[in-house]
Design a protein. Sequence first.
Length: 765
Amino acid sequence: MPAGRDLPLLRDADAVELSGTVERIVFHNEDNGFTVLRLMPDAETGGDAASRRPVPRSQREPVACVGPMTLPKAGSRLRVRGRWITNPRFGRQVEFTDVEELLPATAEGIRLYLSSGLIKGVGAEMAGRIVDTFGTEALRVLDEEPQRLLGVRGLGPKTLERIRESWARHRGVRDLLLFLQPHGITPAMGIRIHRAYGEHALEIVRENPYRLAMDIHGVGFLTADAIAAKLGFAPDSPLRVQAACLYSLQKAAEEGHVYLPEARLAEEVANQVGAPPEAVLDALEALERDERLVREDFSQEEGAAGEAQDAAEENVGVYLGRYHHCEAKTAYYLQRLLHSPKAVRLPEPEALAARVAAELPIELAPEQLAAVTAAARSKVLVITGGPGTGKTTIINAIIRLFETARARILLAAPTGRAAKRMAETSGREAKTIHRLLEYSPREDGFARNEDNPLACGLLVVDEASMMDCLLFYHLLKAVPLGATLVLVGDVHQLPSVGPGNVLGDVIASRAAPVAELTEIFRQSAESEIILNAHSINRGEVPLLESSRERLSDFYFIRQDDPERAASLMVELVTRHIPRRFGLDPVDDVQVLTPMHKGAVGAGRMNALLQEALNPNGLEVRRGDRAFRLQDKVMQVRNNYEKDVFNGDMGRITHMDPRERTLSVTFDGRVVPYDFDELDELAPAYAISIHKSQGSEYPAVVIPLMMQHYVLLQRNLVYTGVTRGKKLVILVGEPRALHMAVKNNKTHRRFTRLAQRLAGADGPAH
């Protein structure tokens, strides 16, 4: 075979069909199914597809087989069809394109099959007892008479229930994956689909495959459409057009929009499915009748606040039903709160605020004192300002103000890190908003609402710019009518990851008083991080030369080559920063990237940093990513049952390959995960700047390259820089920083909260 050729030219004689027992799984990629296994051929079957000659006993050695497969298990029997190839490194092997799982027929095969980790709680010893008891009937007993397993020594009712559930789930997952694999759905995605739909997953997918695009994050409309086509759904099926409408609205919500203008939505869907505009409008009407979406005419509104609207484009807005309900009710609840009398009455607010301010260890600036006084007067107050303007000092002054009236005070923030920081700076308990509202997995909702409101006279919410419209809606439902609500945040940061622009909309509406802080405290003015952050916010490019006479807290290191920039960042995190600043490379240093892809994107940087900081040890692979014991990881979607939320960061502190579980410790709390749930976690040595909102880190390293030009915006860099407490290092091209700072054209979000708030009566005083 010529050098450099991975595969030879294949001839018909190379075709092969083999059946046998899997001895060992050498490699398996859970994302795309690529598998390398060793198959022991059966004694009486095998050979090439043409002659089906029996395999002589002398030739019955394990055969290396490579190809796509779902859920491979040692001990299972397979029939593989493919071709013989010769790999220059690994030798002769079968490259299979088709695989059929045959349940193991021998007692030894069944024992291997059951002990492969297939069933939780069944290891090698228990698998041996089951096979000793039932022999080759063991799998039939699991399928048809699982109660008989109670006759196995050491197997009680609790273990039986675990085995029954695990076995049923395995069979359901296997059937679903076998159906989905030809349609390009990866095994990892198939497992997520089964987890979402449960035992009826296959039935649901067959009945309406378009649900996949709407219900399962990561399954696009095109994939669902391809499955539907193979199942016989017509291209002009109304169900297809309706699904495209709902999918487009859901995608818009993931991009931050609460609704889409009808004209834009209709054009987008018509282009996507090749349907005439009237068919899209028919689909929207049908979905509105089914209460799946809401269309609202904006043309009659008067006095709308905020950015001027293009009336021709936005006469009608189309909402998914829940977002319309939440936006409309949010405006109602906030106005109701504004117009309700204060339960905590503070006499002579100016004098009381001045007295409280005099007791503080530092003197308040006039605008800070005015903010404290406004909190004494108002039902709802917004406090916004950049770093170093004393937002934390004002929060503590407002707390003392309400303490004088013995009011019940609650503190909250959208993320665990922000709540923890709030507790540290105030000396009082602070909770995440989810925990404050007492989410109940059993009820699938929050225990705190308008029928069971929070017990408080003052509620202070920090990092309010991070709240999306759904979270703000649930929070307002639970605020008692007499309470004072104080929203604190930096309106110049990136808006929430979820839909809406809550803090910006409340400010734009002028429905509630706003205290905007601009003066930088004297001690903060010594920080180059804070000075440069404010420069960036004003559209001024920071000085790129740092003092050589003393250690600074802000550096720009020029590197125009992305590959060299990546290597430099690894050196900074692992060696230079720990040595020069005494910071821990894992716990104290965070890489923040503008995007996920590219040479210095979060994906690549995570792989490089993991190899440098945690190269060895127990691991489980998920696609091209490895999760290792002691890795730093981030939760990437809300999981109310586990009480962990998008953006929470922790460390992998336990891993059990036999039980297929691992544990992550978040701020001292241990949370268990099945390996099937690893799509909820991501390596977190490097994260996107969007994901860093609400968090602070002792040191941050941020790449800025021209390859990021699509995302280079002022509020992105401003948000990243303000995440660093002691040290900020920018690595990259000066022109990329210049482009970002000068680009203040933020991505507009379609939301009507400001207009709804402004359309009602003015704020109550």
